[in-house]
Design a protein. Structure first.
Length: 322
């Protein structure tokens, strides 16, 4: 019996009778759907409130307000409300007025202007007829941006200038209770390896706004640009005179050696510009203790362009002559 039914279906397909039937059924459905959508319907939908042009100095405290709107229109217009979340815009420049600690919106303007619905949509009712927006004054605060990075350079290369962020700070606007707790804004982590050319990267900021609890905060930027000059580096070594400091006037002493070797790391482009006059090595006599006959040399001054400054001599021997 199943074989016979299968044979009949295959025969119908081959004879194109089934194809004609499906086409007829589809045409009938489309005609019925078009007829239904052409008719007018009345329904009530809940519209969320989309606030626009809220003054920067104010923050709206109640975000859960909505409106029940009764509309009358044909089915084609109703379709868009079922496929997207319906919203009503409230323009704080022209749709509200301020009274005490409230912004007040009344449905009269929506009825009279009907700017948010086409002429083919009739607004029959809006409930509630008045919305009250509680607000508070915003706090405006400028905080630094802190770079979070893991940047590794190729052997023999290093940054020849400080990491520079542009902008290096950000303005935060929002309720004082929240803004006052923000002391800096971090970047998203930036990882670079084998760097041997100048760094120029756009880095996004980790904004508290991404958390639903802080969606009422506003920020002047969402990203920053990191740049730094990268150059090939080499090691330099110079003999630097040792200077004694904090030696009492009634004490005379001799010390050795009078000079020490100072090694440092510097870019090739700055290598010839570095001289012994750029460094200062001192021994602080006030740091000696009883029965100690050596001083510890320290680098008191060195150029900003050099890194990893080290003194090869760890001790300076001395004897008191007076």
């Amino acid at each position: 019996m199943l074989k016979a039914l299968k044979s009949k279906i295959l025969a119908s397909v081959k004879s194109k009778r089934l194809n004609v039937f499906v086409l007829f059924l589809l045409s009938a459905f489309l005609i019925l759907l078009f007829n239904k959508l052409s008719k007018e319907y009345t329904n009530t939908l809940t519209f969320n409130i989309k606030k626009i042009n809220v003054p920067d100095e104010d923050v709206i405290l109640n975000d859960s307000l909505s409106l029940d709107v009764t509309l009358k229109t044909h089915g084609f217009k109703w379709l868009k409300y079922y496929f997207s979340k319906p919203e009503i815009r409230v323009d704080f420049n022209k749709d509200v007025y301020k009274k005490d600690s409230l912004f007040i919106w009344h449905k009269t303007s929506a009825y009279l202007q009907n700017t948010q619905f086409s002429s083919q949509v009739k607004v029959l009712n809006i409930s509630p007829d008045t919305l009250f927006f509680q607000f508070d004054e915003n706090m405006v605060k400028k905080v630094p941006i802190v770079l979070q990075s893991d940047i590794k350079f190729s052997p023999g290369y290093d940054r020849a200038s400080a990491f520079n962020l542009k902008p290096d700070s950000i303005t935060v606007i929002g309720p004082e209770v929240k803004v006052s707790k923000i002391h800096h804004i971090e970047t998203e982590s930036l990882a670079l390896k084998e760097v041997r050319t100048d760094v120029l990267k756009t880095v996004r900021l980790k904004l508290p706004q991404q958390n639903q609890k802080h969606k009422d905060l506003k920020f002047s930027a969402v990203q920053t640009v990191l740049n730094a000059k990268v150059d090939k580096f080499t090691e330099g070594i110079l003999k630097i005179p040792v200077q004694l400091i904090n030696v009492p006037e009634n004490v005379m002493l001799k010390y050795f050696p009078k000079e020490v070797n100072v090694t440092y790391y510097v870019s090739l482009s700055d290598f010839n510009a570095i001289t012994a006059k750029d460094f200062k090595v001192v021994c602080d006599f006030s740091k000696t203790v009883n029965n100690q006959y050596f001083l510890v040399p320290e680098v008191a001054e060195y150029p900003e362009k050099v890194k990893n400054v080290k003194i090869n001599q760890k001790r300076i021997e001395f004897i008191i002559t007076k």
